[in-house]
Ligand binder design. Sequence first.
Ligand SMILES: [Zn+2]
Length: 206
Amino acid sequence: MSASEADRLADNATIEAVAERCIREAGDDLACAYLLADKFIEGRKNQIWVRRKARDKFIAATMERIGDAHPFKGKSKFYRYISVDGESLLNIGIYADGRRSNPHNYPEDKVRNALRRAGAEAEVRKKEGAIRAVETRARRREKLIHEIAEGILAQRKYGPRSFCCICKKILSDPQSIERGIGPECWDHILVLIEHQKDREARVASA
Ligand SMILES: [Zn+2]
């Protein structure tokens, strides 16, 4: 075995362990598994690989859960092909009443397994869509907080208003209304402003 191959194997074992750990700690929450994957692997390559591993585990668990039930919750669904374990099954599908369409006469258990896999993948994809939406919202909010912190330092005014200009929550106390920023978002702004002031003080004293 070459040195680089040994390195690669060691690396794979580490990553496998990381994947196992974040899946175990996440319970049945895919978003949590992804967060842990990012945390454990931070700054290293293979982050995507660990996420993919977590995704595979969730698909397997979902297939398990689907069992013999209709994987598309009573809706009909047809595929040009489904690939499972390197094998492609063509034109299979399932009717709303649960009958399977299998014009090429593949073995029944293979068709059932392929449809179960497709159903599980659809379910996990839906979850991933929700996760991405949350991540995008968090990024946007982060950006907005930075912009508004800079605005405040430049004496710009964001109030009075009845909704928080960052998270759009209804504002109730007079101070928040006057400011145009709710208490939670204001805390974030204050932290940023403190950082900025520290930086300026350091620059001034240098
Ligand atoms: Zn807010």
